[in-house]
Design a protein around this ligand. Structure first.
Ligand SMILES: NC(=O)c1ccc[n+]([C@@H]2O[C@H](COP(=O)([O-])OP(=O)(O)OC[C@H]3O[C@@H](n4cnc5c(N)ncnc54)[C@H](OP(=O)(O)O)[C@@H]3O)[C@@H](O)[C@H]2O)c1
Length: 234
């Protein structure tokens, strides 16, 4: 099985898990479209991958509709786009928690509504293990992830015969933590690695492999797969 002749859209494909997914999809022979906001970075990555770049902001209905008007009908869509703002439950600004849902949850919702996915194709959402393994000061992220996992199950019915699944990552070393002070980031990743049965944190490709598996497996729909290095069992 391969993705030869298939059209794949990776929303959030200019970085991290989305970038690894776009790379694998290219290797499998797909025509790949990557979409995100920062046009310079998007064009750079697209040129390296020999992919098509279409700018999008998933917080805008019109921008998402425009992306899929430009892409036309496609076979597989992945949403990795997210910007997360969390903090202590009692004091985190409502503006921040709303922004998190607007991007991560409503962004995926908009993509599901606007994408014209051919029958038998797939939509894959990316949630996160905080949905079922909460941590302090991350309630909004856990809630967004839980909502996405529930959405994937619902859409497996509403969008059938298009297949809809979610992958729920543990801690993955991607640019998502670029704003953290470097030493604090390294310390956090090292501490996490030491706590996991696999002895390391994840890489973008660890999650991308599961996303590609969802595209290729015609029996997978309504599934939520946790890929977390064993974080849920330790
Ligand atoms: N890394 C982890 O440890 C981890 C753990 C659990 C779950 N996850 C989830 O996995 C997904 C991917 O994370 P990642 O680590 O790959 O993040 P990343 O490296 O920061 O990549 C995020 C991508 O989304 C794009 N993006 C952000 N906001 C957007 C918007 N409003 N509209 C369109 N594109 C947008 C970014 O490009 P622009 O900024 O240019 O738009 C970038 O291409 C996220 O949903 C994240 O919550 C990650």
């Amino acid at each position: 099985m391969s993705l030869a002749g298939k059209k794949v859209v990776v929303v959030g494909g200019s970085s991290g898990i989305g970038l690894s997914t776009a790379e694998f999809a290219k290797q499998e022979g797909a025509e790949v479209i990557i979409a995100s906001r920062n046009v310079e970075r998007l064009d750079d990555v697209a040129a390296k991958l020999k992919a098509v770049a279409i700018p999008v902001d998933v917080t805008s209905d019109d921008s998402v509709a425009e992306l899929f008007a430009k892409s036309g009908a496609v076979d597989h869509v992945v949403v990795t786009a997210a910007q997360l703002r969390s903090g202590p439950f009692k004091t985190v600004a409502m503006e921040d928690v709303r922004a998190t849902m607007e991007c991560k949850f409503w962004g995926a919702w908009r993509v599901g509504r606007s994408a014209e996915i051919r029958p038998g194709g797939s939509l894959t959402l990316v949630s996160g293990y905080l949905s079922i393994r909460p941590r302090p000061n991350s309630a909004i992220v856990g809630a967004a992830n839980g909502a996405l996992e529930s959405l994937a199950r619902s859409l497996a019915l509403d969008l059938a015969p298009v297949r809809v699944n979610a992958v729920s990552p543990g801690i993955i070393d991607t640019p998502i933590r670029a704003a953290m002070p470097e030493q604090a980031r390294r310390d956090m990743l090292a501490k996490t690695a030491a706590s996991l049965p696999v002895g390391r944190v994840g890489l973008g490709e660890d999650i991308a492999r599961q996303i590609i598996a969802f595209m290729l497996n015609g029996f997978a729909t309504g599934s939520v797969v946790y890929i977390d290095g064993g974080a849920l069992v330790c």
